[in-house]
Structure formats: C-alpha cells, structure tokens
Design a protein around this ligand. Structure first.
Ligand code: TEU
Ligand code: CA
Length: 526
C-alpha cells in the first residue's frame, strides 16, 4: 500500500443516523443543524470523520435509503446550504465528511422512475430493470416478491428492497454516467468519501440467478471511484462478499475500487441464529472471527473495517455482552477487542455511551419497514407474543431510537415528541448519566481512541495472537519496530492470565489483581 492509502488506517469514523441524532427545529426529527451543534462533542470523543446515513431528498419509506433527488437534502434534515455549512464546520475541526451513497436503487418518487414507469419509450424507460414477466423467484429483503407489476407498461420492475425502491439498471451507460455525476457533485462540495449502500447489488446475473456480485460489479464500482478526479476519496462498501478473494478484488489498492468494505461475519454470527433469533453466545465467537479477518487482510495488504454496530442491527453489547450488571465492563471489553486491532475504525452513535437493546410490549411503536413486515410474516406461523419477541430482539429500531443526551423528557434529543419512541432505558442510559458515572463508557472510549491515535503500533503494527482457541479470553500484541503493545481482554468468567511487565495504558477495573474479572481488559506497553 502507498503512504496515502496506508493513512486510511487512521480513520476513526463516527456513524450518524441523522434522523435520531439531535433536533434543532422542534419537529421531533434530527437534522443537519443538529449534527453541526454536536461536532464539538464528536471532536471531544476523538473521531476524525463522520458518516451520515442518507440525507438526500426522500419520501422516507426506508428512512432515506429511498432517494428521490441525489443532489438535494431531504426537507426534514434541512437545506443544501446546511450541508455545505456542515462540511465546512466539520473540516474546521479536522473531521472528514462521508455521505451514504445508495447506488443500487432510487425511490419510486424519483423523477427517473416516475417517467420510466409511464411507457417503454421515454428518456428514462431503461433506467430500471423492466421485463414482461418476473425473471425469477427473487424475494425483496423486506418481504414478498422482488417483482412489482406496472399496468402502464404492462411489465414488472425489480426491487431488491421495498416496492418503493426500484433497482436502477447499471447495464445502461446513461445510469453509470448519472451516478458518476452524483459522486462528482458531492466531491466538488468537499465531501471526503462515501459509504456505498449494498454496492455488490449493482451488478446482477439474471441468467446465473445472482441478485448481487454479478459479472460487472467490479467494472461498475471502478467506473464510479477509479476515475482520476475521485480516486482520492475514502470509500467503504456495504458488501455481500463472504470470501477473502472477493474482498481482495474490491479493496486491493491497485484495483481502484473501494478503500475498504464492511464484512458482516462477526455481526451475523454473534449472539444470534439469524437476525430475529437469539443464541446464547460468548465473546469467543467475536474473537475468532476478528482473528481470522485480521490475518487474511494483513496477508493481502488490504484494509479491514472494524465495527460492532450500525443502524441495521441490534446492539452487539446486548447480544454477546452483559447489558445489565456489567454493561460498562462488557461495552469497554468489546470496544478494546475491536479498536486495538488493525483497520479503519467505525463507531455507531450510542455505542460510546453503552446503548443496549430496547423492549416494547406492542408492535405499534415500531417504525422500521422491515420490522413491521417481518412481524406480519411471523404472525402467520406463531403467536403475536412470540412474533413480538423476535421483533424486539432483531428490530433495526433498536439502534435508531433518538440519541439520549440526558434524562429529561425525550432524552434531550428534542423538546417535541420524537419521530420514534424514546428508548425504554434512556432514563438510565444517557450521556449525562454516563459522564457523571465512575464507569463512564464515553470516557473509556475517549481514552481508547486517544491511545489508538497516538500509537503507531496499533495503527500500523503487526498483529500476533498469544491466547489459544480454547481460552476464554483474547490476548494479542501489536508491534511496530520497538513499540510493543499487549492487549488482554478477559471474557465472561474470572481468568488467570499472565501479565507482562510494562506500563498499563488502559484498564476498565479499579482494583487490578492477577485474576482477571469478567470482561476485564488491560492494555500494556512492554
Ligand atoms: O442494508 C441492506 C443489507 O444488506 C442489510 O442491512 C439488510 O438487508 C437490511 O438491513 C434488511 O435486513 C442497506 C442499508 O444499510 C439499509 O438500512 C437499507 O434498508 C437497505 O440497504 C436498502 O437500502
Ligand atoms: Ca428537526
């Protein structure tokens, strides 16, 4: 990797779900001015970039992942001038701005689709996938068929996600040019990069029955980001590739496709059979997957993405930690396991205050289209109580509740009823309470991020595992030249773990003994 590419290992990116971050105009919906108002908080935490979930014009059937105008800001979030000011204010604090590019589908409210659906011979008629008959039995990720009939054309269109999210046709060179124009528009406004929504879906293989990772996926991504004008951008793909060779084809520097990508093995396999079915688990699951990907990415000189949470999954802390009696200890343990490793690091809003799973007694308070569709589906084969238990466990709403800044009404997020019910534990878990606690998750994250930032060994160093697969803890070292950092993360049970001589840079227990307490961590400079 070249020097400039290597520097992506220093990225510490805070993912913001703007709708739920902070409301400044009393409508109960987070907005761009809310992000600007909290930039000092983010600088204080120690991040050097923000990733904003989609802010473009949208009818919000899928909370912004259904875009109706890629070059303007959705009404609820503010204006293009607000975004320009957000970019300027962020850059003024040394914080890069990464936007969420949804290049696989638009909203059905987009002008392209509104015209495309009217006839077979208009300027946008081939911007989407239209066929006389459904080409296969593909399903929408949100339930039901992925094919929707349009009487005006007497044809069906493909939607991998909601009916209101028609897939755009990348086989049409005009579509490629349109999306290149979108990337250039925001790059010209100073945006530093993109998180690329379901980017592997932009090439399909109908004959081969492949919904994603089609034959031209690398060509199309290179068309977007391999161009001289935008090669400098930081890009992270939300990808569906499971094997390392496909990851390599996306992320190797010479490929000029993506800087890095989100690999979901550790999310999909920790504490759950599937998204809506829990499984009693241990941190060993997370450890073993992280070890494997650290080795694989290091071997191939590509950048791994370090993340435990996002807006699509329930909190990892609740799935494989202890979010009740040992919430601080397990939150700090998971954070140390992740952010002492090598890669581009991502923190999802709320992680830094130890946010945990929510729980509600009625489906009526859930907003997410996936949750509401899945509840109806579950009720076909189980009782409403059993269906609601699955939704409580797996709903994407878990990580979309308004950020709890304090314990006042609506958690200091807004002075008006928020768009989504406040988290049922926000009176207990909020930033104000956290900062006044001796066990502050925020303060721990601050120290952890500062340690990471100031250690070349942690950012660039080699990774060596010292614990064994059968151990109920994780011990590894990061080394660069004569800097050796030993990281010890104990899991659920007390353990006897050898402690080397050295300076203790970080710990999450006051009184340290030779036995490691549950979830106790120590970072030691040898
Ligand atoms: O998610 C798509 C995705 O692959 C998974 O996150 C999963 O399919 C989804 O959460 C339903 O289970 C991306 C965005 O992150 C998500 O918020 C959008 O709903 C989706 O694409 C469609 O744009
Ligand atoms: Ca608002």
């Amino acid at each position: 990797m070249t020097e400039s590419y290597l520097r992506n290992l220093e990225m510490m990116i805070y993912q913001i779900y703007p709708r739920s971050f902070f409301d400044t105009n009393h409508d109960g919906i987070g907005d761009l001015n809310g992000v600007i108002a909290k930039l000092d908080y983010l600088a204080d935490l120690g991040v050097n970039a923000i990733w904003l979930c989609p802010c473009f014009k949208s009818p919000n059937e899928d909370n912004g992942y259904d875009i109706s105008d890629y070059r303007d800001i959705m009404d609820e979030f503010g204006t293009l001038d607000d975004m320009k000011r957000l970019i300027k204010e962020s850059h003024g604090r040394g914080i890069k701005v990464i936007l969420d590019l949804v290049a696989n589908h638009t909203s059905s409210e987009h002008e392209w689709f509104k015209e495309s659906r009217t006839s077979r011979d208009n300027q946008y008629s081939d911007y989407y996938y239209w066929f006389d008959e459904p080409q296969n039995d593909w399903k929408s990720a949100f339930l039901g068929s992925a094919w929707e009939y349009e009487p005006k054309r007497n044809q069906y269109y493909l939607h991998s996600f909601a009916v209101g999210q028609p897939d755009i046709n990348w086989e049409n060179p005009k579509v490629v040019a349109e999306m290149q124009g979108v990337v250039d528009f925001w790059s010209d406004l100073g945006v530093d990069g993109f998180r690329c929504d379901v980017i592997d879906f932009i090439s399909k293989d109908f004959a081969g029955d492949k919904k994603y990772l089609g034959p031209k996926v690398h060509e199309y991504i290179h068309d977007l980001f391999g161009r001289e004008k935008v090669k400098h951008l930081f890009t992270v793909g939300e990808c569906s590739c499971k094997d390392i060779d496909e990851v390599y084809r996306h992320c190797a520097e010479h490929r000029e496709e993506l800087t890095t990508l989100f690999q979901f093995d550790h999310i999909n396999k920790s504490g759950r059979e599937n998204k809506f079915t829990p499984r009693a688990d241990s941190l060993t699951v997370l450890r073993d997957i992280l070890i494997s990907w650290q080795h694989e990415t290091e071997k191939r000189d590509i950048i791994y993405s370090l993340f435990s949470d996002n807006h699509d999954n329930s909190w990892m802390l609740s799935r494989i930690g202890n979010d009740k009696e040992l919430r601080f200890e397990s939150a700090s343990c998971i954070a140390t396991m992740l952010y002492m490793l090598k890669g581009a690091a991502f923190i999802y809003q709320g992680q830094e205050i130890g946010m945990a799973a929510a729980h509600y007694d009625t489906i009526d308070v859930f907003d997410d289209i996936e949750s509401r569709n899945k509840y109806a589906d579950f009720c076909q084969t189980m009782s409403p109580e059993q269906a609601l238990a699955k939704i409580n466990f797996g709903s994407r709403d878990n990580t979309r509740h308004p950020f709890a800044w304090d314990d006042t009404e609506f958690g200091g997020f807004s002075d008006t009823e928020p768009w989504l019910i406040p988290h049922n534990r926000y009176k207990e878990i909020n930033l104000k309470n956290d900062l006044s606690s001796k066990k502050s998750v925020f303060r721990f994250y601050q120290k952890l991020l500062a340690l990471r930032k100031n250690s070349k060994a942690v950012i660039y160093g080699d990774f060596t595992v010292l614990s064994k697969p059968e151990d109920k803890y994780f011990v590894f070292e990061r080394t660069l030249n004569d800097e050796i950092i030993r990281v010890i993360c104990n899991f659920e049970q007390p353990s006897e773990i050898a402690v080397p001589k050295g300076e203790i840079l970080l710990s999450n227990y006051q009184n340290m003994t030779f036995d490691f307490a549950p979830y106790e961590i120590r970072v030691i400079k040898l």
